[in-house]
Design a protein around this ligand. Structure first.
Ligand SMILES: [Zn+2]
Length: 297
């Protein structure tokens, strides 16, 4: 083999070796790049997964706080609505109370009997007849205000159901009829004695149309002695259920003991007086006036 030939072969081998090295290097480089790409892919996957999880968390938190905000706002609105309803309710209540008060005659719970005076022009707005079956005398015309009539009738019926005979002997008296009655008493008994049991005109509770004298059988038509009858005992125990109170108990500062004379003051006040064991005329007028609103309840 000639030298040029040898050189050519050596050159060829060298080139082959060079290409081989270059290829090997290229292969190595390619493998590294591929590994790097795989690593990047993994990193990217992890990052995407983490970002997605974080976004999902944020979304859940936002949804939750939005929900809470809505719920809170809803509660606020409901509370405000409730407040408005309460206000409307209390305004309605006040209006109803005022309407009731405007229709209730304040004289009906005022103290008379030498304390206050009803003028000769005072008369109840309306009066109704007490049916004769409830009156002691079938010929005597008895009147009372319409709001009180059902209480009187119920009371007499309940007494009767309990075996107690109870009748109305006297009810409404006008200023003029009280004047005439007092005049008659004064002639018969003398003014001093008459003043002990009979009111002057204008001071009688009978002028209010809410007050009645009650009587029972067995006393010969007399009011005196009523306190010794079962009818009186029944009234002491039960009359407050029907809004009636005894105006002049024993040792009162106004008149003699009048066991027959009962005034309608409403069930609430009558019950409170009964429970406290006290009497209408011992109460302060301002305290009495607070019951005006519940007079016919
Ligand atoms: Zn009387």
């Amino acid at each position: 083999m000639s030298l040029p030939q040898q050189l050519t072969i050596a050159g060829f081998i060298f080139i082959i070796a060079l290409v081989g090295i270059a290829s090997w290097y290229g292969y190595l480089r390619l493998t590294t790049l591929s590994e790097q790409i795989t690593q990047l892919d993994t990193k990217l996957d992890i990052q995407i997964a983490s970002t997605t999880a974080s976004l999902q968390n944020n979304l859940a938190e936002a949804t939750s706080s939005l929900g809470n905000a809505f719920q809170q706002e809803n509660l606020n609105v409901q509370a405000q609505l409730g407040g408005v309803r309460n206000q409307v309710g209390s305004i309605t209540g006040v209006v109803t109370d005022l309407q009731k008060l405007s229709k209730t005659d304040p004289e009906l719970l005022a103290k008379y009997s030498k304390v206050f005076f009803l003028s000769d022009t005072y008369a109840p707005a309306r009066l109704v007849e007490i049916p004769s079956a409830y009156a002691y005398s079938e010929t005597k015309q008895l009147q009372i205000i319409p709001e009180v009539l059902p209480y009187v009738l119920r009371m007499i019926e309940q007494a009767k159901a309990g075996g107690v005979a109870l009748y109305v002997d006297s009810a409404y008296r006008s200023f003029a009829s009280q004047k005439s009655l007092k005049g008659q008493y004064s002639v018969v008994y003398g003014t001093g004695t008459a003043n002990q049991f009979s009111a002057d005109q204008g001071y009688s509770e009978h002028q209010l149309g809410t007050t009645a004298d009650f009587i029972t059988t067995g006393t010969g038509g007399a009011l005196a002695g009523f306190d010794a009858t079962p009818a009186y005992a029944w009234m002491v125990a039960n009359a407050y259920h029907y809004g009636f109170v005894l105006s002049y108990p024993k040792d009162n500062g106004y008149y003699i003991f009048e066991p027959w004379h009962w005034r309608f003051v409403g069930v609430k006040l009558a019950t409170d007086l009964h429970t406290a064991g006290t009497y209408f005329y011992t109460m302060d007028q301002r305290a009495i006036d607070t019951y005006l609103i519940s007079l016919f309840d």
